[in-house]
Design a protein around this ligand. Structure first.
Ligand code: UDX
Length: 434
């Protein structure tokens, strides 16, 4: 993606490189952030590549290849009329800071997780509390009391994911050296924790990074809003939803990475079949073999199963009344910003903490109860959907979701908190140039 729009002297010459870690949940927000910067007049180049499944091997190679490519690319641009001023890099690539420093380019990490989750990791890194926890709860400044199951899953089980855990921890290794730290959130949503972290580092909340056409419900079919690693069944989903009543469908998706066990998949399938609502369920191609046999055929009157969908368009559709989600940060922000209450069924990493906030802080969802062997049973799934779609508590969640939707829109609109932060960043860059 290579964009440039003129907006007065100095702005169009200011060149920002953006590099996400190449998974869907990181590409989406960083691409949308790039587009916002471009709409303010900066020249923005986003660089990405295709990912692989074998993380351990990949991470080392990724670092090696990206490091040398960055040096070459920045050198090439510096010989052109668009020298690079800032590299906005995915927070999990903190080593990029060392590279740009040597090249006299500013670096700015971009966090694709919530400010609360990142702040928990920050405290762990500072040794503020022991992990695994010694008691059943922990008290962290600016946050509600968190139970063991509300903390990011890695914290209870660092040894099972050594590579990911060290990736998460190194996010802060260059924290002291940067002038900007971007967060895909908005300060009204995470008010206290944003203030707390901002007292330590130059935090800039710039989200939600959702194209404004979705926030304004001006959906234009021709607009290409993403850079998708998966192929959506866009027409099939929207045509199907168009035939459904308002607030009659539960949308179910576990994002681009999570993989449910076979037993859990089966419970979910029968829970959806038994629920009173119709469903649109994203089951990625590799996961399809876990569906009970004949499930798709047997439920074709009631549900649609697709391998990927245009999620923003689906969440913005009037037929959708509830989002059964794994609570990935993008999905959480998208549902909040489009006013859709949730059934929270977190799997791992930051999702457990997001689920806690969805239920207890923002009041926009219910969290499923996990039964024996870590399985959420079909009755529980059916009951949670009923509560959100039909229950009295569901009405409250619906109203809360509408309020967050308004606040999200205000934050990114001209003069809103996130828009002001982006303006300030642009102004400081241009100031330095002149
Ligand atoms: C992961 C983590 O779970 C998340 O918490 C982290 O902060 C970023 O990386 P992922 O598990 O894929 O991402 O979930 P999520 O953050 O929700 O991102 C998924 C993205 O894919 C969303 O932007 C969603 O709109 C999009 N999507 C998902 C589709 O466009 N179509 C689909 O069918 C499913």
């Amino acid at each position: 993606v290579d964009t440039k729009m003129e907006r007065g002297r100095g702005v169009g010459e200011t060149h920002v490189l953006v590099i996400p870690y190449p998974v869907q949940g990181h590409i989406n927000p960083m691409l949308q952030f790039s587009k916002r910067l471009a709409s303010k007049g900066l020249k923005v180049t986003l660089i990405t590549t295709t990912p692989t499944n074998n993380l351990d091997d990949y991470l080392e190679r990724f670092k090696l290849i990206v490091s040398s490519s960055l040096v070459e690319l920045i050198g090439r641009y510096n010989g052109s009329e668009y020298p690079v001023r800032v590299l906005v890099y995915d927070s999990v690539m903190s080593w990029a800071q060392d590279i740009v420093e040597r090249l006299s380019v500013d670096g700015a990490p971009f966090f694709t997780q919530s400010c609360a989750v990142s702040t928990i990791y920050y405290h762990v890194n500072q040794g503020a509390f022991k992990i695994p926890l010694e008691g059943p709860t922990v008290s962290i400044p600016s946050m509600p009391i968190l139970g063991v199951n509300d903390l990011p899953s890695f914290i209870n089980d660092t040894s099972s994911y050594p590579t990911l855990w060290s990736l998460v921890k190194t996010q802060f290794s260059n924290f002291e050296k940067v002038n900007w730290v971007f967060f895909n959130t908005f300060c009204e949503l995470e008010d206290e924790v944003v203030k707390w972290l901002a007292s330590k580092r130059p935090i800039k909340t710039i989200g939600p990074t959702i194209p404004s056409m979705y926030l304004d419900r001006r959906i234009d079919d021709d607009e290409d809003y993403g850079l998708s690693l998966f192929k959506p069944n866009a027409d099939a989903c929207i045509t199907w939803l168009d035939t459904k009543d308002t607030v009659s469908v539960v949308y179910v998706s576990f994002g681009s990475l999570a993989s449910l066990g076979e037993e859990q998949m089966e419970e979910l399938a029968w829970g959806l079949k038994r629920s009173n609502s119709q469903f649109l369920w994203v089951v990625r191609e590799l996961e399809k073999k876990k569906l009970p046999s004949n499930f798709v055929e047997e439920t074709s009157e009631k549900g649609l199963v697709v391998s990927w969908c245009p999620q923003l368009e689906v969440l913005a559709h009037k037929a959708v009344g509830c989002f059964m989600t794994h609570c990935g940060w993008n999905s959480t922000l998208e549902a909040l910003s489009l006013g859709v209450p949730m059934v929270a069924m977190p799997q791992w990493t930051d999702q457990t903490t997001n689920a806690k906030f969805i239920e207890d802080v923002w009041g926009v969802g219910v969290r499923v109860k996990v039964g024996e062997n870590g399985i959420v049973k079909r009755e529980e799934i059916k009951e949670c959907i009923r509560e959100v779609m039909e229950g009295e508590r569901g009405n409250v969640m619906q109203r809360n979701a509408q309020r967050w939707k308004e606040l999200a829109k205000e934050a990114v609109n001209e003069g809103g908190s996130s828009d002001n932060n982006i303006e300030e960043f642009v102004a400081r860059l241009v100031c330095r140039l002149e």
